[in-house]
Every structure is written in structure tokens, then in C-alpha cells.
Design a protein around this ligand. Structure first.
Ligand SMILES: [Fe+2]
Length: 231
């Protein structure tokens, strides 16, 4: 009774839905070849955890739209994997994608070999508005922000691996990756930084924020939000 039907599609291994009956899924469909290359629809759900973060959801997304913070904020966790990194980014409709590659490896690998490319590069996708995909060399994380309040967000982190661990050694391998990324990097550093940024903004004393040239992804995200709200 009184239920509303909303548009939804399956594309690139994901189910996309919108509350807008006139939603345009063409950009989502344009991303399908990318997501299919990571076999997103055929992976094994290794672990999931929902983080309760005291920050506005947009501050959490911001942290995944530039990569220069990795060497500083993540100095104790993942920074060594990104030493000497260069980034390239572009947009597909309202969605963004970026690749961070290590220049010393890139010069040596066969760039037509997808496995070698994935070892040398980390890909990040922002699926507008609230989802981030982080493609590590042999697994990936799907982070979805669910705003609860202006200053509180539930972030669901899902780690997907090629297939279920077959023995204790494989389990240890994936558990180590989970702990490094979900617990150490995301919760311990990115979400914590977002919560600290939120405290600063919530003071009401910050009148404006200037973004640097390495933060154009952040600027584009906020412009897209403004456009979506105006539509
Ligand atoms: Fe980060």
C-alpha cells in the first residue's frame, strides 16, 4: 500500500538506484566496462563493517578525491605503497575516477598486461553521490556513506576479494589487508581527519576554504552537489 517505485538498474556488478523517477543512468552504464575489468560482479564478500563517524558525509568523500594526503596522513600505514606516485583523474558524468601509479614501476611494466598495471596502480572511483571504490592490486573496497545527521555519517566498508580464502594462510593474507585499510587507514586516519575537519567547520568561524590545484576533484564534487540540489 502506498509504496513508491523508484528506478534501479544493474550495471558493472552494482545495483544502482535513485529516488528521482527521471534519474539518468547513462553515466553509470558508461562506467560498466571499467567495473567489469575489475570483475566487480564476480568477487567474494570477505568482510563488511559499518563505521559511525562524527563528520558530515561530504568531508568523508573529499578525502578520496585527492591523493596528495596519502604521503602525509597515511605515513604510518599505506604511504610506502604510494611513494613516487603520480595521479591522473577524469570525470564520467557526475562520477569521478583516478589512478595513482608509481613511476618507477610504470616505466618497467608491460602496460597491456592488466595484472601488471593493477600491481603498479591503485584506482579510485567516486560514484556520485555517496560511494567510493578503492581498487587495490588484488582486492577492492566499496565504501558507502549514509548520512544520519549534518555531523554524523554511517560508512559501510565492504571488502571484496577474488574468491573465498582456501586455507589459514590466505585468510591471514586478507585479514592483514583488511586491518591495514579498513581499521588502520580508513577508520584510524581518513575518518578521524574528517571528524577533526568537521569540528573546525562546526565552530562557525571558518568563512571560506581555498582549494589547491591538487584538489580539483574536491571542487568538482561540491559543484556537482550544488547542481544536484538546484535541479
Ligand atoms: Fe586517505
Amino acid at each position: 500500500m502506498s509504496l513508491r517505485r523508484f528506478p534501479a538498474i544493474e550495471s558493472g556488478g552494482l545495483i544502482w538506484f535513485a529516488q528521482d523517477p527521471a534519474a539518468d543512468f547513462a553515466p553509470a552504464q558508461a562506467l560498466a566496462p571499467d567495473l567489469d575489468a575489475f570483475a566487480l560482479g564476480n568477487l567474494h564478500l570477505y568482510r563488511r563493517h559499518t563505521h559511525d563517524v562524527a563528520a558530515n558525509w561530504k568531508l568523508i568523500i573529499d578525502a578520496f578525491l585527492e591523493s596528495y594526503h596519502v604521503q602525509r596522513l597515511h605515513a604510518q600505514t599505506i604511504a610506502p605503497f604510494f611513494a613516487d606516485g603520480i595521479t591522473v583523474a577524469d570525470r564520467i558524468g557526475p562520477h569521478q575516477r583516478a589512478a595513482v601509479g608509481r613511476t618507477d614501476y610504470l616505466a618497467r611494466i608491460d602496460r597491456d598486461d592488466w595484472r601488471q598495471v593493477r600491481k603498479a596502480m591503485t584506482f579510485t572511483y567516486h560514484l556520485f553521490p555517496n560511494t567510493i571504490l578503492v581498487m587495490s592490486p588484488d582486492y577492492l573496497n566499496v565504501l558507502t556513506c549514509w548520512p544520519q545527521d549534518v555531523g554524523r555519517t554511517l560508512v559501510e566498508d565492504i571488502m571484496l576479494i577474488p574468491s573465498a580464502p582456501r586455507d589459514a594462510e590466505e585468510e591471514r593474507h586478507w585479514d592483514k589487508s583488511w586491518t591495514l585499510l579498513d581499521t588502520g587507514t580508513f577508520a584510524g586516519e581518513d575518518f578521524r581527519a574528517a571528524a577533526l575537519c568537521h569540528q573546525g567547520l562546526a565552530s562557525g568561524l571558518v568563512e571560506e576554504i581555498m582549494l589547491g590545484t591538487l584538489e580539483h576533484g574536491v571542487a568538482e564534487f561540491h559543484a556537482m552537489i550544488g547542481q544536484a540540489l538546484a535541479d
